[in-house]
Design a protein around this ligand. Structure first.
Ligand code: FAD
Length: 471
């Protein structure tokens, strides 16, 4: 993929064009708008909600800092670094504590540290000896046909065996997608894993070669003193009045060479013309967008079938003395076979400073996902009791929390299921049929914050190219 920095080669005269409309003021849309503005293209961002950032939300309440959505940003690309630098956030970065490199997975009802060296791997009780020896066979297993769209479960079972799937990959998939490896596509949900097999014939061989080939650090897990919302707040500050909050787009109409956007703001409605339109929306929101005069727009209704399961994020504060576990890590994840009532828990106050008052700890627990959607819909009292019970059993938490906040996401993370190519193809067909319309974000580019930042840059780059071509 061509990066935005290769693509932006000359400034666009501001007076030359109607602005570009960006629909969606989450991290994808804000990044795209900011990037366009940096290169002289006027923009207007329409955001339906009252705050910038989409699912990103950081709430400071006395000594507690609660992330309502994502908790960490993986800074693993020059584009992400450039964005943070451009927003003057470099000096505010909080890199996750080195302690957080330790991760726990539940086995037999207890948290077991994931081994991080070959020696610890062979000594670890997390996997049986036969599963460990299975690893030695992996480099000799034939690669799958390149055109095969295989589930993550089928891929891992074929290459590493069922125990690896159950105790390593299943909990990891719960942590990233709140998803099920049986339905996610390895090609679309974990393209780097798929590429390792295709390019090197083996995940292990490929990982070793890549590690040897790439000098320098592999990326950092980040947040900020006031949480991840510092990024959208900084983007919103830079965009100023170009970001219109509480403006829900009601239609996008193509008429001649321009784009008309209809919007609702409180009780008022309005319409404005734009030179191009970027849709930076979740699959569900994109599928519901009213695109008039756009050939193939009907194909986007298929995106409604992309699962976006509910997740509840339960932030609890305890006195340090009431938690027996040392909390010396990133957190714990639960494999489905362990039949717990939570997907996992982040040790939030270990990860970053300033998340809990002195003498206290903060734990963020995720419930629901594809595995147990009904648990995410339980009422507050039931949800709290269930999470407290699990934390008591797994981390030796005693007594009631001194602080509690629940955030519910009825449609949380898009699942990149087997057959996801049809949705990407639908997006491409709509774009090709309508020059000046660009679609991206979690509907096709990946679900992590770092993917969304790249998506924002990609969208800005293609919108800039189309704008420049018309001058
Ligand atoms: C609970 C949870 C935890 C997560 N944890 C992590 C994590 O730790 N690390 C990580 O990297 N990723 C994490 N993710 C994923 C990541 O946060 C998201 O994928 C990413 O923030 C999505 O950004 P976005 O801008 O593409 O979409 P969104 O944040 O969904 O923004 C889209 C915006 O479009 C607006 N909108 C919708 N329809 C319209 C309309 N018609 N008109 C105007 N505006 C409209 C919405 O209001 C919304 O603000 C998590 C996600 C969730 C839900």
């Amino acid at each position: 993929m061509q990066t935005s920095y290769d693509a932006f080669t000359r400034p666009v005269p501001r007076a030359a064009l109607a602005p570009v409309a960006v629909i969606g003021g989450g991290i994808t849309g804000l990044t795209a708008a900011w990037q366009l503005r940096q290169h002289g293209v006027p923009v207007v961002v329409f955001e339906a909600g009252p705050a910038p950032g989409g699912v990103i939300g950081s709430v400071r309440d006395g000594g507690w800092l609660h992330e309502t959505g994502p908790n960490t940003l993986f800074e693993n690309s020059p584009e992400t670094t450039a964005l943070l630098d451009g927003l003057n956030l470099r000096d505010r970065r909080l890199v996750a504590s080195p302690t957080a490199s330790k991760r726990y997975v539940v086995r037999g009802g207890l948290p077991v540290a994931l081994p991080d060296t070959p020696l610890k791997f062979f000594a670890s009780p997390l996997l049986s000896w036969s599963a460990k020896l299975g690893l030695l066979r992996e480099p000799f297993i034939r690669r799958a046909a390149p055109e095969l769209d295989e589930s993550v479960a089928a891929f891992v079972t074929r290459r590493l065996g069922p125990e690896f799937l159950d105790y390593i990959v299943n909990p990891f998939v719960a942590g990233v997608y709140a998803g099920d490896p049986g339905s996610l596509s390895v090609r679309h949900a974990f393209p780097k894993l798929h590429a390792l097999e295709q390019q090197h014939g083996s995940m292990i061989r490929g990982s070793i070669r890549r590690r040897n080939a790439s000098a320098g650090p592999r990326g950092s897990m980040l947040s900020f003193p006031d949480g991840l919302a510092e990024i959208p707040r900084a983007l919103a500050g830079a965009l100023g009045p170009a970001l219109r909050l509480e403006h829900r787009v009601t239609f996008v109409r193509r008429s001649g060479g321009t784009w008309r956007i209809g919007f609702a703001e409180g009780g008022r409605t309005g319409e404005e013309d734009f030179s191009a339109v970027i849709c930076a929306l979740s699959p569900d929101a994109l599928a519901h967008l009213n695109l008039e005069g756009v050939p193939c727009a009907g194909r986007l209704s298929a995106l409604r079938s992309i699962p976006q399961p509910p997740v509840a994020s339960v932030f609890l504060g305890f006195r340090r003395a009431d938690v027996a576990h040392p909390l010396d890590g990133f957190g714990l994840l639960t494999p489905a076979v362990e039949k717990r009532r939570i997907l996992g828990t982040l040790f939030s106050s270990t990860l970053f400073p300033g998340r809990a008052p002195e003498g206290h700890v903060a734990l963020t627990t995720f419930v629901g996902g594809v595995r147990q959607p009904d648990l995410a819909r339980a009422d507050d009292a039931e949800l709290l009791a269930s999470v407290q019970g699990e934390l008591a059993a797994l981390l030796g938490v005693r007594g009631a929390p001194v602080y509690a906040r629940i955030q519910r996401w009825p449609r949380a993370i898009a699942q990149y299921v087997v057959g996801f190519q049809q949705f990407k193809d639908a997006c491409s067909a709509v774009e090709q049929s309508s020059p000046g319309l660009f679609l991206g974000g979690t509907c096709r580019d990946g679900v992590s914050l770092s993917h969304c930042i790249l998506a924002g840059q990609r969208l800005a780059s293609v919108a800039w190219q189309s704008t420049a071509a018309r001058l």
